[in-house]
Design a protein. Structure first.
Length: 83
């Protein structure tokens, strides 16, 4: 299992806010997964907690490492009306 680099205070607070308040469920899950990884949970355990596969968690962690907060936000899809 890969653990992300230690979160700074701003990242921690931003991720907690995203986890608790973001309008998109998937973005809330992604933020929560980074917070759980920071606490030392395995990808499999995080997947169990969030009801997603461990591969998704692994991908979210990789995306976090490459793109930070911006990488966790769900991109707008063509079929979205007002998101």
């Amino acid at each position: 299992m890969k653990l992300i680099t230690r979160l700074n205070e701003t990242e921690q607070k931003t991720l907690e806010d995203m986890r608790d308040n973001h309008k998109r469920k998937i973005t809330r899950k992604r933020a929560h997964s980074i917070l759980l990884n920071q606490e030392g949970y395995s990808f499999c355990k995080i997947g169990d907690i969030l009801n997603v596969c461990s591969i998704s968690v692994s991908n979210w962690v990789k995306t976090w490492e490459m793109d930070g907060i911006a990488g966790l936000i769900e991109k707008k899809h063509r079929y979205d009306q007002k998101s």
